[in-house]
Design a protein around this ligand. Structure first.
Ligand code: AMP
Length: 172
């Protein structure tokens, strides 16, 4: 039987550029069954008692992180691309295949040293999540785990995350 999540993931070759096999999650979101299943599984994959608040990474981390927070009666903190957050921010740069990128968080988003679950749709090289983990620490949070819908097993993404454990609903 195909994996329950896998049957909702569409492979799109050569997007956004030649050689990339893009894992399209829009069929998962489009299906009431797939959407409910993904949030329910995310709620199970890390013990909700082990964290206080959820940080999601723009923009697909918002799609999964916010309903998860709502379901578990937790708050949600956005980690965004540069120039989007209106208040005082902390920044973290990270390497891309070509050049660098940056993520930002509000400086007062994690006051009181909450335990943080970080959420994104997909773990590839791990550069994005590693930067988000550093940001959480910079503003006083304690990252306890990362959760992903999908993980690409042929890339060493987990190794970049240091001592923060990664949990995925599906490894491909
Ligand atoms: P990385 O920093 O390499 O782990 O990349 C993670 C980010 O890039 C996530 O936010 C993903 O949404 C996106 N991403 C990277 N590779 C893919 C892929 N093959 N298909 C879909 N999204 C991807």
């Amino acid at each position: 039987m195909p994996h329950q999540i896998e049957r909702f993931i569409r492979d799109v070759p050569d997007f956004p550029k030649p050689g990339i096999l893009f894992k399209d999650i829009t069929p998962l979101l489009q299906s009431p069954e797939g959407l409910a299943l993904s949030i329910q599984r995310l709620a199970e994959v890390v013990d909700p008692d082990s964290y206080d608040i959820i940080c999601g990474i723009e923009s697909r981390g918002f799609i999964f992180g916010t309903p998860l927070a709502l379901q578990l009666n937790k708050g949600f903190v956005p980690i965004r691309k540069p120039g989007k957050l209106p208040w005082k921010t902390e920044s973290e740069s990270y390497e891309l295949e070509y050049g660098t990128d940056m993520l930002q968080i509000h400086v007062d988003a994690l006051e009181g040293n909450p335990r943080v679950l970080l959420v994104d749709d997909l773990l590839a090289t791990g550069g994005t999540m590693a930067a988000a983990i550093n940001l959480v620490r910079k503003v006083g949070g304690t990252p306890v785990a990362c959760a992903f819908v999908l993980e690409l097993s042929f890339l060493p993404g987990r190794e970049k995350l240091g001592d923060v454990p990664a949990h995925s609903l599906l490894t491909v």
